[in-house]
Write a protein that binds this ligand. Structure first.
Ligand code: OGA
Ligand code: MN
Length: 296
């Protein structure tokens, strides 16, 4: 059986069928999936029954999995094992988290438009998020196409942005949600890092914006001008024509290209309903500036 697809738009988001990711994927199917991924940037694999190891095995086809978590407490006692980010509203004991818990305040940041791990020197290449339990109302994930958004910029703005470097930091996005209580160890482990504002996707040569709420400054610009440019670009990228909303069903595996998409979680009643997902994140090859030969 070879895979089949249903594309949502000509170049962004496709559902993939006729492949069972809990079994070894043939070389032929794997190569077809990779081609689709570079083209569509978001792939949805419905109705997959994935044990944690199946999830890891498939993710590893795209590169090495990030094993370090931002919060020291999640590094020390991960609920799901160190290959996964815990995308749930559950505490370590598997119960709904406390209203005032640090985890809950920290995860508010997932509701801001972002791309995973752009605050790490070597950022995230792709993420693979698997739904175990979904909620009846809300709790969708929205995705924005930063390549299409780049293509739609004016020629003047494209020229202005070429070569600009933004500073990404986890403390920047968390400041935007009012979370500031990082432990000293967390803050020193994750200082802000440089990333290009416009990057090229090597597999197809497409240019993409690389904007995220982790941006706290743009090199060579005043704080106010940098923030204004960031806000202008974010408003541009997240216009309706660039955005897809994924409405989760149980056992969806959704993977996205962190290099050229943005995403955010939408609200739900997290003190009432359990939403349980796990995410494997694959590291990029190098820092974005290094990849394009720009001195940092
Ligand atoms: C993530 C993320 C949003 C959501 O898993 O990286 O940002 O809807 N998730 O849970
Ligand atoms: Mn995320």
């Amino acid at each position: 059986m070879t895979i089949s697809i249903n594309a949502y738009t000509p170049n962004f988001v496709a559902e993939v069928y006729d492949v069972d990711l809990s079994r070894p994927v043939s070389a032929e199917d794997m190569s077809a999936i990779k081609q689709l991924f570079w083209k569509y940037a978001v792939l949805v694999f419905p109705d997959q029954k994935l044990a944690p190891q199946d999830h890891v095995n498939f993710a590893t086809q795209f590169g090495p999995i990030e094993m370090d978590r931002v919060l020291a407490m999640e590094n020390a006692a991960p609920r799901l094992g160190s290959a996964f980010a815990d995308i749930s509203n559950l505490n370590r004991e598997g119960k709904i988290w406390d209203k005032d818990s640090r985890q809950r305040m920290y995860k508010e940041g997932n509701k801001l438009w972002h791309t995973d791990s752009s605050f790490k020197f070597k950022p995230g290449l792709c993420s693979l998020l698997y739904s175990m339990k979904v909620v009846p109302i809300g709790g969708h994930t929205e995705f924005a196409d930063q390549r299409a958004a780049y293509d739609a910029l004016s020629p003047e703005l494209k020229t202005q942005l070429q070569g600009l470097i933004a500073m990404h930091g986890i403390e920047h996005s968390r400041r935007r949600t009012g979370f500031a209580n990082f432990e000293p160890e967390e803050a020193t482990r994750l200082p802000p890092v440089p990333q290009l504002l416009v990057r090229t996707i090597p597999e197809n040569g497409r240019k993409s914006l690389y904007v995220a709420s982790h941006i706290g400054a743009i090199k060579g610009m005043s704080a106010a001008d940098g923030e204004a440019l960031f806000q202008k670009l974010l408003a541009h990228v997240t216009q309706r024509q660039f955005v897809h909303i994924h409405r989760w069903r149980p056992n969806d595996l959704v993977m996205w290209d962190n290099r050229c998409t943005l995403h955010r979680g939408t609200d739900f009643d997290d003190m009432r309903f359990v939403r349980d997902m796990r995410r494997a994140t694959v590291s990029d090859l190098a820092n974005t500036c290094e990849q394009e030969g720009v001195a940092v």
